[in-house]
Write a protein that binds this ligand. Structure first.
Ligand SMILES: Nc1ncnc2c1ncn2[C@@H]1O[C@H](COP(=O)(O)OP(=O)(O)O)[C@@H](O)[C@H]1O
Ligand SMILES: [Mg+2]
Length: 352
């Protein structure tokens, strides 16, 4: 039998007809037009959220306002926020949303409206010391070896035999401790800050003792770096790095540093890598230096210490002047926190 030649019926050319969807469908598909973020009125505004700190905020506001650049800075006031409400600020500097969660929600909405939020509330929400160590390690910054541990305790309602079936038990303590180089090691809160829940452990007994008291926290153990020098770098706008010598035992900065030019360059380069990766515009990156190699210890500090008493006058003045430079520059730019996110691109489309 001769093979039958099967010819595909020609598809009718798809005609671009006007949308014949039902009214309801059309309503669903129609993107909501976002409110205008701000009219092109001057002056541009920088808003400030602060906690108890007293020295830096007024100095910063005064510095911005006295420059007469068409940009003004002021404390913000909020109290109950409507969805998609317009935010009449070009830049917001956030120093406290880690302790006032309502501010964090407000700032996420502000980011959606096109505001440049310093620091990015989305990154801040998701940063932790274990993820951070893995990221920087990938990017060529030297990190102490780090392990994240299963939690010690759980919220009520967790039934270990049913709720924790994905956990292996017991924990391979010997193997994990060996990975970080044995004792001493550092046990610390993966989400911590301000030296809370940081323990140097010299034995398994000490490690277990502190771990057993860590409750609901997610803890990491980390290789202890016996440093011979220590640096803290203030990183502004993902481009400016102010390298400082720091004394962790006193929690004080030195006015001068004694780093070799090669080490200095390395600290700048590593700090830039870090802020580029995490998108922080106001951050300190802390490095323990051993045999000339900087180990990134604590590099996600989105509300870095700016107190005149710990910084000293020289660094404090630098911080005030350069925070003013950066925020004025950002206010005049088109930069927006949402530019880093897919939802941000979609939101921007609705404003065209
Ligand atoms: N891996 C480490 N090796 C040596 N010292 C460390 C290490 N991790 C932390 N430290 C010391 O503990 C201090 C507090 O730890 P850090 O990670 O900065 O916690 P926090 O975020 O609470 O400031 C550091 O400034 C450093 O002096
Ligand atoms: Mg620290």
């Amino acid at each position: 039998m001769a093979a039958r030649k099967v010819t595909e019926p020609k598809k009718p050319a798809t005609k671009k007809t006007p949308n014949k969807k039902s009214a309801t469908q059309a309503q669903v598909a129609q993107p909501k037009t976002a409110p205008a973020i701000r009219k092109a009125t001057e002056p541009l505004k920088i808003g400030l959220f602060v906690g108890r700190e007293w020295s830096w905020p007024p100095a910063f506001l005064e510095e911005v306002n006295r420059r007469d650049e068409g940009v003004i800075a002021e404390y913000m006031k909020v109290g109950g926020s409507r969805m998609n409400e317009a935010v009449n600020y070009r830049v917001i500097v956030d120093r406290i949303s880690h302790e006032v969660p309502y501010y964090r929600s407000f700032l996420k909405n502000a980011a959606l409206q096109g505001v440049k939020v310093v620091n990015d509330p989305f990154m801040w929400t998701s940063d932790d010391k274990f993820f951070g160590a893995s990221v920087v390690d990938r990017l060529g910054v030297v990190s102490p070896k780090t392990v994240v541990l299963p939690n010690k305790d759980y919220v009520p309602g967790i039934v270990p035999t049913e709720s924790l079936r994905n956990l292996t038990y017991p924990i391979d303590w010997d193997g994990l401790v060996e990975y970080v180089g044995g004792f001493p090691l550092v046990l610390k809160d993966a989400h911590g800050g301000g030296w809370k829940e940081v323990y140097i452990c010299h034995s398994m007994e000490e490690l277990w003792h502190h771990y057993n008291h860590c409750g609901l926290l997610t803890m990491i153990i980390q290789e202890f770096i016996k440093w011979d020098n220590y640096a803290r770098c203030m990183c502004l706008g993902q481009e400016e790095i102010h390298v400082m010598k720091y004394d962790p035992s006193q929690r004080k900065y030195h006015a001068e540093h004694d780093f070799s030019p090669a080490l200095y360059d390395r600290l700048v380069k590593d700090s830039l890598t870090i802020v580029d990766a995490f998108g922080y515009d106001m951050n300190t990156a802390e490095f323990a230096i051993r045999d000339g190699i900087p180990y990134a210890i604590d590099f996600m500090n989105p509300a870095p210490d700016m107190d005149v008493n710990s910084l000293g006058k020289v660094h404090f003045d630098w911080m005030v002047a350069h925070m003013a430079d950066m925020t004025i520059k950002l206010a005049k730019s088109k930069k927006a926190t949402r530019d880093r996110y897919y939802w941000g691109k979609l939101a921007k489309e609705t404003e065209k």
